[in-house]
Design a protein around this ligand. Structure first.
Ligand code: M6R
Length: 624
């Protein structure tokens, strides 16, 4: 949430800052702004709304400064307006600050600073930092000391970039349990929440530690702990590839990313399961542990894996839904009990994990604050840890030595699609790996499932070939107000994910339920205006799910289903039928979600919604 950038060098700062901000707009798009130092003066340019608004503003400016900081905002404190856009300054306009995170004690600090005569111009928590640093700076004109004294007074987790007009050759950056990286080029330096932002300029980077201050000049960086102790870390080569966002033939990234799912799955399967007759390749290569960049693979020994008595999964949003399916998959194949928690619900609780627990954190970005906090808590209680992420360079990847890296490439659209199916396939592979390590499953059944898994990309392609039918179905339902999704067993979480996709893309209210739960209350909302989407796949819970659908039909609901081709039962019950190819119930979530993603996409598109950047959202949620 929120993206911080900075630049010092010999080039004009503004175009570099804007190019960095473009790479970080996924972190929030409520407003954007830059501050540069020019002719001994601080110039702050900012605009509410997307980065394009700031770009329009900058077109009429001719800033030639070679130093600056910038920000893209996801609003927490204060509405998404011009005045609340970052950067914020002190009363004299001498010190500028951009900020990511929350200053939890900002009210007390604000009262104190107002009593000392500071003039506040915004409703944000951020502004206190500018006034606080300024106050300390004016005590003895020592900027590093002022920053250090100020951050010791802040509560919460945050990252900051700070400039002082009296030190036009320096940017001060602060990281407190966030992510901030410094890029080092030839006679120029960069700052960004995500190294992707400056990857086009340099691949040499220094990642700030958990509570660290960086003093950045165009010639390098010096690092200090909050206690003043200087630290030294050599730069490492970033393993993130420079990324150019390209929609190709598609109108929206979301549509492109849905269409990429078969390729993503093939890549993941080829990497981790090149031969179905051999064990799943999740073990870390012997050579992989050297160097500081995280490497994919599991380093737990067979003894340790056999000793695991419980698995705890922590995740948010779509990753939480993938994890719920992960629970069913792992329990089915390994008989290890699995608990899945919404990561934010782990805060302030006694997490029941120990040295015989494996805690798995699932996060496509690897930066979700709630998920990271839960993982750190589990780690501190002695649990083994494992991360499933799409970003090998993320905070999450640095927190654990057991990693599954999904092979998706960058997901641009805020609504997760390809990373969801990649997380699912990671759970299938992990369950198979654990089952093999613990001799927990009949080898014949395992081989059958592995072969079935290998067919999934081709079956997904078949569903993508039915886009026109799904578009027509979406058109029929685009004007509804409420939608109910339901499924049982492996596809109960598919119902939750279907509802989340519809909500975030179209803003239509939708809820997902375990089909058997509908009769315990939610059925009261049904009438002829409410479509009910049932996920119905042959298997252990097929008949019961069909009965639950009948119960909804008896209340006059509009009936839609996702069912397998050739199922003759569905014609009596459902008005609209979206089909998937026949598939083992165990693997069916990998297929059933695809028509639901497309259904939501086509509704959002028909309603003219901002498909790739839905209102109020951000791709990476870095506040708790
Ligand atoms: O980066 P993460 O996977 O940790 O993100 C978790 C959620 O914020 C994310 O899945 C969110 O729910 C998406 N908007 C869903 O499409």
């Amino acid at each position: 949430m929120c993206g911080i950038v900075g630049y010092l060098g010999t080039a004009k700062a503004v175009p570099v800052l804007v190019s960095e901000l473009k790479c970080l707009e996924y972190r929030g798009y409520d407003s954007a702004g830059v501050a540069v130092i020019e002719e001994g003066r601080l110039r702050v340019l900012k605009a509410a709304g997307k980065l394009a608004n700031l770009e329009s503003l900058l077109r009429t400016e001719n800033a030639y400064a070679t130093v600056g900081i910038g920000h893209t905002r996801w609003a927490t404190h204060g509405a998404p307006t011009d005045k609340n856009a970052h950067p914020h300054t002190d009363s004299e306009g001498q010190i500028a600050v951009v900020h990511n995170g929350i200053i939890e004690n900002y009210r007390d600090l604000k009262d104190e600073l107002i009593s000392k005569g500071c003039k506040f111009a915004s409703d944000t928590d951020t502004e206190v930092v500018a006034h606080l640093v300024s106050t300390y700076y004016h005590e003895d004109n020592d900027m590093l000391k002022a920053v250090m004294t100020a951050v010791r007074r802040l509560k919460g987790i945050y990252a900051l970039a700070i400039m002082n007009v009296e030190e036009p050759d320096t940017i001060y950056a602060v990281n407190h349990h966030y992510s901030l990286t410094v890029g080092l080029g030839d006679n120029e330096s960069f700052l960004a929440s995500d190294s992707l932002a400056y990857r086009q300029y340099t691949n040499q980077m220094v990642r700030l530690d958990q509570s660290e201050i960086a003093v950045i000049t165009k010639n390098g960086v010096r690092l200090y702990g909050f206690d003043g102790a200087e630290a030294s870390r050599p730069p490492t080569a970033s393993d993130v590839n420079a990324f150019v966002a390209d929609k190709g033939q598609f109108k929206h990234f979301l549509h492109k990313e849905i269409s990429e799912q078969p390729v993503v799955l093939r890549q993941t399967l080829t990497k981790y399961m090149p031969d179905v007759n051999k064990p799943v390749l999740l073990r870390k290569a012997d050579t992989a542990s050297s160097g500081s960049a995280p490497s994919a693979g599991i380093s737990l020994t067979n003894m340790q894996l056999r000793g695991i008595e419980r698995i705890q999964v922590v995740a948010c949003g779509t990753a939480y839904h993938a994890s719920l399916i992960g629970k069913y998959i792992i329990e089915e194949l390994t008989s290890i009990p699995v608990e899945v928690e919404i990561a934010s619900e782990c805060r302030g609780r006694k997490l029941l994990v120990n040295e015989r627990t494996l805690t798995i954190a699932v996060s496509q970005s690897g930066e979700t604050a709630d998920t990271l906090a839960a993982l750190k808590d589990a780690k501190s209680r002695g649990s083994f840890t494992l991360g499933i992420t799409n970003r090998a360079d993320s905070h999450l990847a640095h927190l654990t030595s057991n990693l599954i890296i999904t092979q998706c490439g960058i997901e641009v659209s805020v609504a997760a699609t390809k990373t969801y199916v990649a997380q699912l396939v990671s759970f299938y592979l992990l369950a198979m790996f654990l089952a093999e390590e613990r001799d927990a499953v009949d080898p014949g059944r395992l081989l059958e499932l592995k072969k079935g898994l290998m067919l999934i990309p081709t079956l997904q392609e078949k569903i993508l070939g039915q886009e026109e039918e799904i578009r027509q179905a979406a058109n029929k339902y685009k004007s509804v107000q409420d939608v109910v999704f339901m499924g049982r067993g492996f596809n109960y979480p598919t119902a939750l994910e279907g509802a989340l996709k519809l909500k975030e893309l179209s803003y239509i209210h939708a809820s997902g339920y375990a089909a058997g739960e509908l009769k315990h209350g939610p059925i009261a909302v049904l009438d002829e205006k409410v479509p009910v989407i049932t996920i119905l796949v042959p298997g252990k819970v097929y008949e019961k799910t069909l009965s639950n659908a009948q119960e909804a039909k008896a209340r006059n609901a509009q009936m839609i289903c996702v069912s397998v081709e050739g199922d003759q039962n569905v014609h009596h019950t459902f008005d609209t039928i979206l089909t998937i190819p026949p598939v083992d119930e165990f693997l069916s979530p990998l297929l059933a979600v695809v028509p639901l993603q497309l259904f939501s996409y086509f509704i959002a598109e028909a309603l003219g919604k901002d498909v790739d950047q839905p209102r109020n959202l951000a791709k990476s949620v870095t506040v708790e």
